[in-house]
Design a protein around this ligand. Structure first.
Ligand code: NDP
Length: 288
């Protein structure tokens, strides 16, 4: 079942997307602002478009993967007429508000719009490790689901176009928070010239054990609003130990900056009377 699909944007990610469509046997048309990035794709059978309008005219499905929301606007707004009646799946990173505004603009142009988030790095595209989040027009998503599944597992989150971006940025927030902790941990042991490769033998099982035991429990606590039942590591105890993380960093010549906001949050939780409960209650205190 061969479809025609167009990819706008041939950065690292757009190139990986186009490669997956080609590998799936689809007629893939590609365009990039700066010429010359399509050579390898064309050698694999991609069709080169000289202009955005030409690229859009080639396929009923247009997949967009540019740097940011401003670049998507810059590329799509001048070709609104050509887009009318086609499906746009925008996989560019953005905020929920940007996705919703793009969906409104698309509807005004008669464009079927789906916004998406890519939970993979380019080499992961088309492998079992990749998954993508989609939201917006469910009819459009279902019509193109088979082609989109070539990129990775496809999860449709609902007709609010902003949902994919919300989940995407939330998942990435989790990732950066985790990496920030890893960076701090490695910086601490590096201050004594411990080899990072050796330290990983401890860090990896430690983080895995903490995830395995805690994430489901955390989710149950948040959904029930009960942060008091079965507490084994109360928040006041954790807040009491936390200054040690700041002190050890300072003593070892490592910046404590990444840890300071966590200390503030735990101190505030204790001050607000949550000391006997589980530290998960911090999520409630993040509400602004
Ligand atoms: P790159 O920096 O490799 O590529 C950026 C692309 O955007 C290029 O094709 C560039 O064109 C184009 N571009 C930038 N500004 C404009 C503009 N004003 N007009 C037209 N084209 C423009 O980024 P990636 O391919 O890695 O990322 C693309 C998107 O995918 C981003 O939103 C990113 O957040 C998202 N993403 C990336 C992941 C990754 O690991 N790489 C993971 C998940 C999501 P030109 O060649 O002309 O400069």
């Amino acid at each position: 079942n061969v479809s025609r699909v167009t990819v706008l944007g041939l950065g690292a990610m757009g190139t990986a997307l186009a490669e997956a469509f080609l590998a799936g046997g689809h007629a893939t048309t590609v365009w990039n602002r700066t010429p010359g990035k399509d050579e390898a794709l064309v050698a694999k059978g991609a069709l080169r478009a000289e202009t955005v309008a030409e690229a859009i005219a080639a396929s009923p499905l247009v997949v967009v993967c540019l740097l940011d929301d401003a670049s998507v606007r810059e590329v799509l707004e001048p070709v609104a007429d050509a887009l009318s009646g086609r499906a746009v799946v925008n996989l560019t990173n953005g905020t929920p508000a940007q996705a919703r505004a793009m969906a409104v603009w698309a509807a005004e142009q008669g464009v079927d719009y789906v916004d998406g988030g890519i939970m993979a790095i380019p080499p992961g595209i088309g492998t079992p490790h990749a998954f993508l989040l989609y939201s917006g027009s469910s009819v459009t998503f279902e019509a193109h689901r088979e082609v989109l599944e070539l990129l990775g597992a496809a999860h449709f989150l609902g007709d609010d176009a902003g949902l994919a971006a919300l989940y995407d940025l939330a998942l990435l927030s989790g990732m950066y928070g985790l990496f920030a902790g890893v960076w701090q941990a490695v910086a601490l042991v590096r201050s004594e010239n411990v080899r990072a490769t050796e330290f990983m033998a401890f860090l990896k099982p430690w983080l895995s054990a903490m995830f395995e035991g805690n994430l489901d429990r955390l989710a149950t606590q948040v959904d029930s609003g009960d942060y008091m039942t079965g507490v084994v590591s109360n928040l006041a105890m954790q807040a009491a130990a936390f200054p040690n993380f700041i002190t050890v960093a300072e003593e070892q010549g490592v910046r404590p900056d990444l840890m300071l906001p966590i200390k503030d949050l735990l101190d505030r939780a204790v001050a607000e009377g949550h000391g006997a409960g589980d530290a998960t209650v911090a999520i409630e205190l993040l509400k602004n």
